[in-house]
Design a protein around this ligand. Structure first.
Ligand code: NAD
Length: 430
């Protein structure tokens, strides 16, 4: 096991604003620009610009065929001034130290912006969950949990699902942690409801995305009802965002997954797309739509574009071809800093990730509260509280952007960074 404290600061000025930034350099870019606007002191800039703790572990796992494969895993705690660390666990081949470090920092800003009492963290294991058996995934999850168990805890650091992990993964984590520490449902969120998960958690991120999209549309003078929506990524977040967009009166004209995209300008029959995806493993080649690539989906004729898959998909080479007038970032970091600049210059409004996808961590917070109190909320209460918080945060971001004449992303970062800096100051940490 290796543990690194206080890594070197990623230089914000080393790179021109291009697409060649690493995920952490891109996340740092938005933070450093905010620090400039806020006139943050150098010592505070260094504290907020680096991780508090970075744990890297090797995870030997016996595969079903008898081989032992050694995976690499991380748990990174970025800042804990506002509460216990909180953030998902990603299983993906690209989940390396830099990517997990970037996602941990984004969690700090997201949690501060939506105003839940958590700091920011993220975990990741570099693996391909799609080609692993359920038994292999369970062995990997149990060993990873025991390796990070001395830095997580109900009042220390609470993992949740992210790309490649789900409620089942959280159930294994809770069980592995409980074997050593006793029954501890609040150690993870996003658990199955039968094990203390919250009603509404599964769809919470997608629900939050659509609440933010509706609020943004209203403030921009766009009609959400009847708007044409394209969604990249038809996994947990993209699926729920599509379903709830349609429920709110929009027309979903294109969706995609890693296998490709499907497009129908008249609107897709989402239930039929889901059925096709289940049978054919991908939404591509869905008979009720025209097949297209994931890249083309981003440029499709629509009013609202919702990237809900991976980072860096909107970049300097396609940003000028995005036709949507509103981009709602359901994925983390789908827009590179270079593309962000191009979209801004073109007048395309972007609801940033740290606002748009914060519904997931908000309901994770409700789950943690329910676990601590050993009390179950009704779904209506969960959705009511989620809507209230999403609306309030969206309103605050729009108000700040208008007052300071900034983009929505700049306003969101400024609010979040200011809150975290204030908490560090009040604690006397710096
Ligand atoms: P998921 O694993 O359920 O779904 C991911 C989807 O993206 C799948 O449809 C997959 O096929 C597609 N995809 C993967 N690689 C792709 C590629 N190269 N090109 C196009 N599509 C690709 O994951 P999820 O939980 O829905 O997360 C999606 C995004 O939302 C991630 O960026 C994640 O960090 C972010 N997010 C998730 C949550 C949550 O609660 N699950 C919360 C906040 C943010």
């Amino acid at each position: 096991m290796t543990e690194h404290l206080a890594p070197t600061v990623a230089s914000p000025t080393r790179h021109e604003v291009g697409d060649d930034m690493t995920p952490f350099e891109a996340a740092s870019y938005f933070f450093q620009r905010s620090a400039d606007r806020l006139g943050l002191r150098d010592d505070m800039r260094e504290v907020l610009g680096t991780s508090y703790r970075e744990l890297g572990v090797q995870i030997p796992v016996r595969m079903d065929d008898g081989r032992v494969v050694v995976f690499r895993g991380y748990r990174i705690q970025h800042n804990g001034a506002r509460g216990p660390y909180k953030g998902g666990i990603r299983y993906h081949e690209s989940a390396d130290l830099d990517e997990v470090r970037a996602l941990a920092a984004l969690m700090t800003w997201k949690n501060a912006l939506i105003d839940v009492p958590f700091g920011g963290a993220k975990g990741g294991v570099q693996c391909e969950p799609g080609i692993m058996s359920t038994d292999e995934l369970q062995r990997l999850t149990r060993r990873f949990t025991s390796m990070i168990s001395y830095i997580i805890g109900v009042n220390r650091d609470i993992p949740a699902p992210d790309m490649g992990t789900n409620a089942q993964t959280m159930a294994w984590m809770m069980d592995a942690f409980g074997q050593r520490h006793g029954y501890t449902p609040g150690i993870v969120t996003g658990k199955p409801v039968e094990l203390g998960g919250s009603p509404g958690r599964e769809e919470a991120t997608g629900r939050g995305v659509i609440i933010a999209a509706q609020e943004a549309a209203k403030r921009l003078g766009m009609r959400f009802k009847g708007a044409r929506v394209a969604v990249q990524g038809f996994g947990n977040v993209g699926y729920w965002a599509s379903i709830l967009a349609e429920e709110a009166g929009a027309t979903v004209v294109a969706v995609s997954d890693v296998g490709g995209a499907t497009h129908n300008p008249q609107g897709l029959d989402l239930e039929a797309v889901v059925k096709h995806q289940r049978e054919a493993v991908s939404v591509s080649r869905y008979p009720g739509g025209e097949e297209m690539s994931n890249e083309d989906l981003l440029e499709v004729d629509c009013d609202i574009l919702i990237p809900a898959a991976i980072d860096g998909v909107i970049h300097s080479r396609n940003a000028d071809r995005v036709k949507a007038s509103l981009v709602v970032e359901a994925a983390n970091a789908p827009t590179t800093p270079a593309a962000d600049r191009i979209l801004t210059e073109r007048g395309v409004k972007v609801v940033p990730d740290i606002l748009a996808n914060s519904g997931g961590v908000t309901v994770s917070y409700f789950e943690w509260v329910q676990n601590i109190q050993q009390f179950r909320w009704e779904l209506d209460q969960v959705n009511f509280e989620l809507k209230k918080r999403m609306r309030r945060a969206t309103e605050q971001v729009f108000a700040r952007a208008e007052a300071d004449e900034t983009t929505l992303r700049e306003a969101a970062f400024d609010i979040a960074v200011q809150r975290v800096a204030r908490a560090d100051e009040l604690r006397g940490y710096i």
